[in-house]
Design a protein around this ligand. Structure first.
Ligand SMILES: [Ca+2]
Ligand SMILES: [Ca+2]
Length: 206
């Protein structure tokens, strides 16, 4: 009698039966037979596992991990951009991330996924890009009065968009390179020229 379907030998699928199933369904391979499982159920399990792997891979590809980093945005002291620690309470300054000092209790500000490839591994809100594309500084170094970029692009111009000098600063064109357009009033009348116009010595009052 000609057989058109695979036959079973009790509860265990034989090599022949598995092979026949494989040839007909194009799914399970003959090695399913020595696993002592019915070929059709094995196929369902394998397909289910493949779907789970695909879903997990898709979730990672869609950037679930970076999104978790974005959720750490916070405002630190002096209204500076900050990084929220795992306790969801402590907000450290942006420049304290990846500075080789654990500022969060569990050291999450120094973890490899943040610091492994600076600045690309950092969330964008922690980074300020200087006018020179080769340089970057932390977001809390923008408009802090200091020339951190080296060309004052973090303190002056449209990139930085800083507010006017605060009450504790004197506005002028500086001589010393660590300042840009604001000089600390504490340096006024200290007998050292900081402004090209000498206004820090003759006009400014500490
Ligand atoms: Ca740190
Ligand atoms: Ca600065």
């Amino acid at each position: 009698m000609n057989r058109t379907h695979p036959q079973r030998n009790g509860d265990v699928a034989t090599f022949d039966s598995a092979k026949s199933f494989s040839e007909e369904q194009g799914c399970c391979r003959p090695r399913c037979a020595h696993l002592c499982c019915p070929p059709r159920q094995a196929c369902i399990v394998l397909l289910f596992l493949a779907a789970v792997v695909a879903i997990v891979g898709l979730a990672i590809a869609l950037g679930l991990q970076p999104r978790a980093l974005v959720d750490r945005f916070c405002v630190a002291s002096h209204n500076w951009t900050g990084f929220l620690c795992d306790d969801r309470l402590t907000c450290i300054q942006a420049s304290q991330v990846c500075d080789r000092t654990a500022n969060c209790r569990n050291g999450e500000d120094e973890q490899e996924k943040l610091c492994g490839d600076l600045p690309r591994s950092l969330p964008e809100y922690l980074v300020f890009h200087c006018s020179n594309p080769e340089y970057w500084v932390y977001a809390d170094q923008r408009c802090n009065g200091m020339n951190d970029c080296g060309d004052c692009s973090d303190e002056m111009g449209s990139l930085a968009a800083c507010p006017p000098c605060g009450p504790s600063w004197w506005t002028c064109s500086p001589v010393h390179y660590e300042y840009c357009s604001c000089v600390p009033r504490a340096l006024c009348q200290d007998r050292v020229q900081h402004c090209v116009s000498w206004s820090d010595e003759y006009l400014c009052r500490p």
